[in-house]
Design a protein around this ligand. Structure first.
Ligand code: CA
Length: 248
């Protein structure tokens, strides 16, 4: 008993992050799950689309690793359904790199993409990176100014303190990534961010991958805000640079 007490008082361990693997190739799914479990994650594995949606409801995972080609319900539809009730991180596993472009148009709301073939080590790195991201919703008070100005652009109101976004009088349901993007832009409203700068703030400076990912999330964000898909009013495209908050 005393040993337990000591362990708790000197090194309080947070509960392990929960990862759900939705992958129909059972050997690959087992390999991923074993690797993640060894790395300390509480891992669950399912093999079909409908089971995937059900498992997100039951287990409320922190991260979902989602294969696109699934029986029963394809990964795109699974992601859409998950997004109607969960803001967990979704890492999509695609067979082709150009599928990411298709996903932009479909606005499925994934947070990261990994292209097959990948190493489990690479996948683990992705999981660690999304979980390490500086979540705007969980930043401690000591790291942020106690009061940041609320940014208003037309009907859009972004509150960096309360981490809330309203359009007219209605709160907009955003994924953590979309909210982080908008709040990052709102904190420096006169600054045009490059994609890399946004990645450094939101995904972390050690993020390696296609900077196109930013465009995916801007596209999702614009759709939810009813913004122009190409130029944007709330999130403005700055030609040759990247993105800036719209001017209020
Ligand atoms: Ca598959």
């Amino acid at each position: 008993m005393s040993r337990e007490t000591e362990a708790v008082s000197t090194n309080p361990t947070p509960p392990p992050a929960r990862v759900l693997v939705i992958e129909d190739e059972t050997t690959l799914a087992g390999l991923i799950a074993a690797y993640l479990s060894r790395a300390g994650y509480a891992t669950t594995t399912v093999h079909t689309g409908p089971d995937g949606v059900q498992a997100v409801r039951e287990h409320a995972p922190d991260v979902v690793i989602l294969d696109l080609g699934l029986p029963g319900l394809d990964g795109i539809e699974v992601c859409r359904q998950i997004r109607t009730f969960s803001d967990c991180y979704v890492i999509v596993v695609t067979a082709r790199k150009d599928e990411v472009d298709t996903l932009i148009g479909l606005s499925v709301g994934a947070d990261a993409y990994v292209t097959k073939p990948f190493s489990v080590r690479e996948l683990l790195a992705r999981v660690q990176t999304v979980l390490r991201r500086p979540r705007t919703g969980s930043t401690s008070a000591s790291e942020t100014p106690s009061s940041e100005p609320i940014r208003v652009v037309g009907a859009l109101r972004v509150d960096p303190n309360g981490h809330r976004v309203h359009l007219a009088d209605t709160e907009v349901a955003l994924t953590p990534t979309e909210r982080d993007l908008l709040i990052t832009l709102a904190r420096r409203p006169t600054m045009a961010f490059t994609r890399r700068q946004l990645i450094d703030v939101i995904w972390g400076t050690d993020w390696v991958g296609d900077e196109h990912l930013v465009d995916v999330h801007v596209a999702h964000l614009r759709r939810k805000l009813g913004d122009d898909p190409d130029t944007g009013r709330y999130v403005t495209t700055v030609r040759g640079i990247g993105y800036r908050m719209g001017q209020g």
